[in-house]
Structures are given as structure tokens and as C-alpha cells.
Design a protein around this ligand. Structure first.
Ligand code: GLC
Length: 656
């Protein structure tokens, strides 16, 4: 059952697609307070589990910490962080009763899940203008499925997007990309996509191609397609200010960029230098920007990733002016060094004011108050709708795809997001690090993202920042084998981590190859989840809700209806402990191409998993299809399909 409560004058985010009558009364559980702002307080039972929040830090059970939905460009996903790139305001209280709550509110909102007081859940935001949807059901899983119906069907990518993709910030030109393609094809490591980061553009201008670096780009795209490689360019939110650049000039002329209070176009620095931000919340501007994706599609491009759309701001004109003034004042002796206990500051005589302005230049909350969107003829200050920016950038693209390519799916995923965006694209989880703890964070985020509608998701495998090691990349790939988006991506300046950069390439060939053996199964489970508003990844507690041990197991996931995954995420480990809530078949894809199978009883086990093996579990009495390895999705030979799992050993389905 779904109830909708209207508080104040909510902004229409269009996250929900199904009309729900609104209640005249207040919520009859928990405690709602409306005054200066809004808060909802609920006393949790000791055994209540709190699910949800999508792309958020820490565990699957969100209890014990505090999270703020505030789309943030922050590459340091350490444990104390409260905001990442997404804003997914759906939580489930699961215990004696199962209650889902969606706080449809586009600005900063905080979920204190037992952080301030261990037994208290408190959701609060500054303005009491929001919709609250309350969903009751038989279980957390049931509540999730009702919520998913409410917000509309999830985005479905093209089939090739279930292949493996290689990316790196720093591929400068066609030769660099050729090397990557050769590195994979020559070593027979399967691949379907190579991603083009910002350097393919002319001075980082959206929808341009640097012709020196990519002479005759349409031919190049064709050449790649002939090798079954899809080139996937990045699109950044900021539009470079440059005379003669048509997108900049058109946007200015038509008034499609975000404005300052005085009506002038807001200016911020991102990769291209000074930029304007397209006003994606204005439907006309959205349609205009979206139509530009067609330019690249006409050149043969069939996939994109949208970036820097929180939006990320390195600094604004106003920020720089404030900094310059502080420096000048300091130089003129007008601004003395402030009293400080900080010995370092005193020793280096850093002017405190200058330092503090410098530290807050990037992604400054002050800047988010300096620009406006035009919505239904009204100017809306950005910070009040901050979490909708990436959503609407991706919607701009999605609406164009629906219009110009209704019969062909286009690959699309975004960095920033809000619930509702799941109908237009997937997400990747942004700038993680080559840390073992981030393999686990990747795993834990997946089911929470599914609860919020985001099915086509994945992390930068191998880690974006920091230097990767061979073992870390292999272990992370063995998780990536199962994530719908399987992409290795790394930052400029980090150690090269393409699969062919390490010794014993055959191990990488094998692990990525397992992905291709499983694509028929993974794709079909994905399609079921997308078309039935269901989940691709589930926490164990959704399948075994009465088994407390299963509920508390957060380093294993259920995938589809047949599989449980339990990747190894510890350095130097030659295996791991697993918990089986019921009897299952342990399966390992071995490097010689054979498959190890062993039925294991319910309970605790230690499984050996070498670096070059991919483990999974098949649920009792179930089986899954596997095919032979192919070098690309296109080349999968479905005639090689066999069933793996219960019902005896592998058998050829065509013999049955
Ligand atoms: C951002 C993105 C990252 C990309 C980089 C350069 O940090 O998150 O994926 O490589 O920008 O475009």
C-alpha cells in the first residue's frame, strides 16, 4: 500500500510516474515536525534493518551512520564521507513491520540512521516543502517492488553494453585507442567498448571532435565497429565560453544557460576553463542540449557517459574575486594574519582568510546559491534543486534518444543522479580508488542502487585514483564479471591498469572471458529485473528474511533468481569464508576453461579461490546457462549454450 503526503509546496521533481491520491492527514507513525524545516523521527527496534539510500557510503544496512543527499564531486570516498554523487532518498525500515519512505525533495536532506542516538532514525531538511511517499508491505523486498512500480521502469542499455569496456583518462588520440584495442584483441581478451575521456574533444568543448587527434572520425568509428568495438565518448555538463563555438553562442542567444540573480549567465571553471551551465531544468533548454547528442550519433556513436554534472565547479568568477581581494588585502597589510592556534599556519605565515577561501573555492555551497534555473517561468535558485541537475542532463539525452532512435537502444550512464534518472540511464559510482576496501564498497552499493531503480550500474574496476596492483585488478574484475556495467577505468597519472599491462595476461583473458560465458544469463536476469520492476542484485536478507545470519551477511549478494556471488576482496587471501543460507552448488570457473562444481550444505564454509578463478554459487535445484567464450557480445555463439547447476552435471540443452 502506498500513501502520499504533501507538505508545503513541493517542487515537482517528476521522480514518480504513477499518480497517487494524497492523504489529508499527517503520517500516523513516527513523529513529523514542521517548523523552520522538516523532520521525521522514528524509534528503531534493536533488530530493525534500514535499507536503501542507493549510492551511499558504508553498509547495506545503513544503521549507525549519517548520510546527506547532496550530489557531490568528491573523489575521496573514505568512511567518514556523508555525500557521494547520487541523491537517492528512499529508505526501508524492516523489522516487525516493513515500511518504505521516499522523501521527494530536491535539495540537501539528511538521514541520521542511529548516528546521533543509536535507536533513532531522523530525516531532516531545511524546508518543509516535499512529498513523502510511505509504502507498507509484507517484506523489504515487497516494499521495494512497490516503490519501483511507483517510479517507472528502469533504463535498458543495448546488449553490447553487457560486454567489457576499457577506459582511462589520458587516451589522447586514435593511436592511443588503437593500442588499447590491439592490446585486447591481440591477446584475446574479450572487449566491446573503449571509452573516450575528455581529450577527444577540441579544448574540452562538448560535441566536438579534435580532428588532429582523430582525423576522419566517422571512418574511425566505422573501423572500430568492424572490430566490434563501440567508442563511448564522455559529455561534460559545462559548455566552454568561446567565441565562434556554436553551442556556446546558441545557448547565450536563446537564454538556455543558468543565470545569476541579475540575469547574466553564471560563469564557472571546469575542465574547459570558463564555462556556462545549461539549464537542464528548463524543458526547452533540455531539449536543445539533448538534440546535440545527435551530432555524435550521426557519426556512428551509440553510447555516452555524462560527467561533472553535480555540477562540479572548480571555482567561480565570484570565488576568484573574493580570493584576489583577500590576497590583496593581505599584501597591503590590511588583513593581518588572524589569531590562530595552528602552529603550522603561524610558522608558514599563511593568511588564514586566504587559505580558507582557497579551500572552499571548489564545489562551494556559496556558488550553488549564485545561479538560477527557469522553471515554469519562475527563477529557482540552484541550491534548492541541486540534486536534480545530473538527472536532468541525462534526461536531456534520454528524451533525445527516445525521439531520434526509438528502435535502437543507446548506452548512457551518468555520474550525478536523483531517483527518476533511472528511467533514462545507468550510473557509474565515480572516482573511487585502487583500494581493497573499495571492492567491498562497490559490492555493497549494488543492491541499494537497485532498490532505487538503478540497474545498469558499476564501479571503476581496478580503481580510478591511486596505483593499482595486479592482484587487486584481478579480484575486482571477478566482481565486475557480475555487475551490469563492467568497465576498467583509471585516472591520469596512475599506473596503467589495462588487462594486458600485467604479467600472466592469460589470467585476465580467463576472468574477462567468464563474463562473456555468462552474458546470456546476466542479460536475461537484467531484462527480467528491468521489465518487471525487480532487482538484479538483492541483499541476502531479501531472499532469506527469516535467517538473521543471512540478513547480516553483507559481503555476498544474490544475483537474479539462481545465483549468489561471494567475491574475494582481501589482499593476499587465497579464499574466503562464505555463509550459505541453504544448500547450494559451489561453482568455480577454472583457468583451463573447465568448471569445478561441488554441492555444499547450508552453513559456514571456507572456499579456496585462486587469483585467476571466478567463483559463484547456484541455488538449490536451479541451473543457469553458460556459453563458450567469445571476443565480443556480437560473436557469442548461442549454439554452445549448456546448463550449469543442479540436475546433474553440465548438459547440452540441445540434447535434451
Ligand atoms: C572526472 C570523472 C572521471 C574522468 C575525469 C576526467 O573525475 O569522474 O571518470 O576520468 O573526470 O574527465
Amino acid at each position: 500500500m502506498i500513501k502520499k503526503y504533501v507538505l508545503g509546496e513541493p517542487f515537482e521533481t517528476e521522480a514518480v510516474t504513477i499518480p497517487v491520491e494524497s492523504e489529508q492527514r499527517m503520517m500516523d507513525f513516527g513523529k513529523t515536525e514542521i517548523g523552520d524545516g522538516f523532520s521525521f523521527t522514528y524509534t528503531m527496534d534493536d533488530t530493525d534493518v534500514i535499507y536503501g539510500l542507493g549510492e551511499a557510503n558504508r553498509g547495506i544496512n545503513k544503521r549507525g551512520y549519517i548520510y546527506t543527499s547532496n550530489c557531490a564531486d568528491d573523489p575521496n570516498h573514505t568512511e567518514e564521507k556523508v555525500s557521494l554523487y547520487g541523491a537517492h532518498n528512499f529508505i526501508i525500515i524492516s523489522g516487525k513491520q516493513h515500511i518504505g519512505m521516499f522523501f521527494d525533495y530536491p535539495s540537501k536532506i539528511t538521514f541520521d540512521v542511529g548516528y546521533t542516538r543509536q535507536d533513532t532514525l531522523k530525516v531532516s531538511c531545511e524546508r518543509a516543502d516535499l512529498y513523502v511517499y510511505v509504502i507498507t508491505g509484507e517484506s523489504a523486498y515487497d516494499v521495494t517492488k512497490q516503490f519501483r512500480k511507483l517510479i517507472g521502469s528502469s533504463y535498458i542499455p543495448p546488449k553490447f553494453a553487457f560486454g567489457f569496456g576499457q577506459s582511462r583518462w589520458g587516451y589522447m588520440n586514435a593511436e592511443d585507442i588503437d593500442k588499447v584495442v590491439a592490446g585486447y584483441r591481440d591477446n584475446q581478451i574479450p572487449i566491446d567498448m573503449v571509452y573516450m575521456d575528455i581529450d577527444y574533444m577540441e579544448r574540452y568543448k562538448d560535441f566536438t571532435i579534435n580532428e588532429e587527434r582523430f582525423p576522419n572520425f566517422p571512418e574511425y568509428v566505422k573501423k572500430m565497429k568492424a572490430l566490434n568495438i563501440h567508442l563511448i565518448p564522455i559529455i561534460d555538463a559545462g559548455v566552454k565560453i568561446e567565441d565562434g563555438y556554436d553551442i556556446y553562442e546558441e545557448g547565450v542567444e536563446k537564454g538556455y544557460f543558468c543565470k545569476r540573480e541579475d540575469g547574466s549567465d553564471f560563469v564557472a571553471a571546469v575542465w574547459p576553463g570558463w564555462t556556462h551551465f545549461p539549464d537542464f531544468l528548463n524543458p526547452e533548454a533540455r531539449e536543445w542540449f539533448g538534440s546535440k547528442y545527435a551530432r555524435l550519433m550521426e557519426l556512428g556513436i551509440d553510447g555516452f557517459w555524462n560527467d561533472m554534472n553535480e555540477p562540479a565547479i572548480f571555482y567561480s568568477k565570484e570565488g576568484v574575486e573574493a580570493l584576489n581581494k583577500a590576497i590583496k588585502d593581505y599584501a597591503n597589510g590590511e588583513e593581518q594574519q588572524e589569531e590562530t592556534d595552528d602552529i603550522l599556519n603561524q610558522a608558514n605565515a599563511i593568511p588564514v582568510k586566504v587559505k580558507s577561501i582557497m579551500e572552499h573555492l571548489q564545489n562551494s555551497s556559496e556558488d550553488y546559491k549564485r545561479f538560477y534555473h527557469k522553471v515554469n517561468g519562475k527563477m529557482v535558485r540552484h541550491d534548492l534543486v541541486h540534486n536534480l541537475y545530473g538527472y536532468n542532463m541525462t534526461r536531456a539525452a534520454g528524451e533525445t534518444f527516445e525521439k531520434i532512435s526509438p528502435n535502437k537502444r543507446i548506452l548512457m550512464f551518468s555520474r550525478a543522479s536523483y531517483i527518476g534518472m533511472h528511467r533514462y540511464g545507468g550510473i557509474w559510482t565515480g572516482d573511487n580508488q585502487s583500494w581493497w576496501s573499495h571492492i567491498l564498497l562497490n559490492l555493497k552499493m549494488m543492491p541499494s542502487l537497485n532498490m532505487c531503480g538503478f540497474l545498469y550500474t558499476g564501479a571503476d574496476l581496478g580503481g580510478f585514483g591511486s596505483h593499482a596492483t595486479r592482484d587487486l585488478v584481478l579480484r575486482w574484475l571477478a566482481l565486475g564479471v557480475f555487475t551490469p556495467l563492467m568497465r576498467n577505468h583509471a585516472a591520469l597519472g596512475t599506473r596503467e591498469q589495462e588487462c594486458y599491462q600485467f604479467e600472466h595476461i592469460e589470467d585476465f583473458r580467463h576472468v574477462v572471458g567468464v563474463r562473456y560465458r555468462l552474458i546470456p544469463y546476466l542479460y536475461s536476469e537484467f531484462m527480467k529485473a528491468a521489465t518487471q520492476d525487480d532487482m538484479y542484485f538483492k541483499p541476502l536478507g531479501f531472499v532469506y528474511p527469516n535467517d538473521r545470519r543471512a540478513v547480516e551477511t553483507e559481503d555476498q549478494l544474490m544475483l537474479g533468481n539462481e545465483v549468489m556471488i561471494a567475491p574475494v576482496y582481501t589482499q593476499n587471501a587465497t579464499g574466503r569464508f562464505v555463509y550459505l543460507p541453504e544448500e547450494m552448488k559451489f561453482v568455480k570457473f577454472l583457468p583451463d576453461g573447465s568448471i569445478y562444481e561441488e554441492i555444499m550444505a547450508a552453513g559456514n564454509h571456507y572456499i579456496d579461490v585462486a587469483l585467476n578463478e571466478v567463483p559463484l554459487f547456484i541455488r538449490k535445484d536451479k541451473c543457469i546457462p553458460v556459453v563458450d567464450v567469445a571476443q565480443s557480445v556480437e560473436e557469442i555463439d548461442y549454439a554452445t549454450m549448456k546448463m550449469l547447476g543442479y540436475d546433474g552435471a553440465i548438459y547440452d540443452i540441445y540434447d535434451k
